[in-house]
Design a protein around this ligand. Structure first.
Ligand code: SF4
Length: 326
C-alpha cells in the first residue's frame, strides 16, 4: 500500500523568487508598439510546464480519495500526485511530453500581432533551450526534429490564436497539449449509424462515451474532455480544444448544459476504465460542452481529450502594466 500524499505546492513566494521577470517588472501598455512580450511569455511557460492548475490537482486528489486504498487506481492517482509535487518542487516538466504549445492571445487595439508572434516564438525557443519544453516539432514525413519547437515552413508551431477585444488588458492563455491525448480526440458526423447516434443531445452523449471507450487508458486518463457541437470541421475542433481552458468545477452558464456535463462525467466514471486504463472509478475529471451554429447539412461533434497532465495557465497584463498568472 502506498503512502497517501497530501499535496502542497511550493508557496507563491518561492514561485515568484524563481521568476525570469525582474522584480517589479511592469509593462507600458500606453506604448503597445514598444511592448516586448518575450520575457513575460517565457515566465508563463516556466509556470505552465512544471505546475498544474489547482483545480486539476484537486480533481485528481478527489478521484484518488474515492478509490479503494491500495487499489491500482488509488496507487496510480497517488503517483500522479507525487509526480505533480516533484515537478513543482524542482521546476521540471510534469511529463516527458511537453505537448503541442497552443496560445490564445486577446489584446486591445494597437498591438502588432506580427511583433507579438515573433516575441512569443522567441520565448518558446528559449523555453526549449531551458529544457522546460521538449523539442516536439518534427517534419511530417521524415520525422526530422527542428530541435527548437519551431515549424520553419508555415510557422504552424507554436499554435497561435489572436483576437482583438475592447478591453484594455492583454490576456495570454497557453495550453500544452500532449500528443498521446491528441491522438484519442475524435470527430463525429451525425447521424452516425455505427454508434446509433442521431442529431440530438442523446446522440452527442453516445459520441462522448464512444470516444472514451475507444481511448481506454490511452491519452493518459483520467481525461478532461472539450466537446463542441456544431460548427464546421475546423471551428468545431478549435472550440473543443479551447474548452479545455475552462477551470474544472466551474458551472456551465446554461443550467441544462451544466446538468448534461455532470451527467456525462458520471456516466464516464462508471465505465471502469480508470486512471491509465488500470480500472477504477476515475476515468474523467470533467466534460466541458459548447453548442455552436452549424450548416443545416452538417452536424459535427468534436471531442478534444486532455490527459491528467492538463497544463494550462493564463497570464494577464493589466491596463496599468502589472502581470499576473492564474
Ligand atoms: S498524454 Fe499527457 S500525460 Fe500522457 S504522455 Fe502525453 S503529455 Fe504525458
Amino acid at each position: 500500500m502506498s503512502e497517501c500524499v497530501i499535496p502542497t505546492l511550493t508557496s507563491m513566494e518561492v514561485v515568484e523568487s524563481k521568476s525570469v521577470l525582474p522584480d517589479g517588472w511592469k509593462a507600458d501598455l500606453s506604448n503597445l508598439k514598444g511592448l516586448d512580450l518575450t520575457q513575460p511569455v517565457l515566465e508563463l511557460m516556466r509556470r505552465t510546464t512544471s505546475r498544474l492548475p489547482q483545480d486539476v490537482i484537486d480533481a485528481l486528489v478527489k478521484g484518488r480519495d474515492a478509490e479503494e486504498e491500495g487499489s491500482r487506481a488509488f496507487n496510480t492517482l497517488n503517483d500522479m500526485v507525487r509526480n505533480i509535487l516533484l515537478a513543482d518542487g524542482n521546476v521540471t516538466p510534469l511529463c516527458q511530453d511537453t505537448g503541442t504549445v497552443i496560445f490564445f492571445v486577446r489584446h486591445p487595439y494597437g498591438l502588432s500581432q506580427r511583433a507579438a508572434k515573433k516575441q512569443i516564438r522567441a520565448a518558446v525557443v528559449q523555453a526549449t533551450k531551458n529544457v522546460w519544453l521538449r523539442p516536439n516539432c518534427v517534419e511530417a514525413i521524415s520525422g526530422k526534429n527542428t530541435g527548437t519547437n519551431m515549424d520553419p515552413f508555415h510557422e504552424g508551431h507554436p499554435v497561435l490564436h489572436f483576437e482583438e477585444w475592447d478591453r484594455p488588458e492583454i490576456e495570454i492563455a497557453v495550453m500544452l497539449k500532449g500528443g498521446g491525448c491528441e491522438n484519442v480526440g475524435a470527430q463525429y458526423r451525425l447521424p452516425d449509424a455505427t454508434i446509433g447516434a442521431g442529431r440530438d443531445i442523446k446522440g452527442v452523449r453516445k459520441c462522448i462515451i464512444d470516444a472514451v471507450v475507444k481511448a481506454q487508458g490511452q491519452g493518459c486518463s483520467p481525461g478532461i474532455l472539450g466537446v463542441a457541437i456544431g460548427g464546421d470541421r475546423v471551428t468545431s475542433y478549435e472550440k473543443s480544444k479551447e474548452l479545455i481552458l475552462r477551470k474544472l468545477g466551474t458551472a456551465h452558464a446554461d443550467p441544462k448544459m451544466d446538468a448534461f456535463e455532470k451527467e456525462v462525467t458520471n456516466d464516464l466514471n462508471t465505465l471502469g476504465i480508470g486512471p491509465m486504463g488500470y480500472g477504477g472509478n476515475t476515468t474523467a475529471l470533467g466534460v466541458h460542452v459548447e453548442e455552436m451554429y452549424r450548416h443545416p447539412a452538417s452536424f459535427f461533434v468534436s471531442i478534444s481529450y486532455m490527459c491528467w497532465s492538463s497544463r494550462r495557465r493564463v497570464m494577464t497584463i493589466s491596463s496599468t502594466g502589472e502581470v499576473s498568472f492564474d
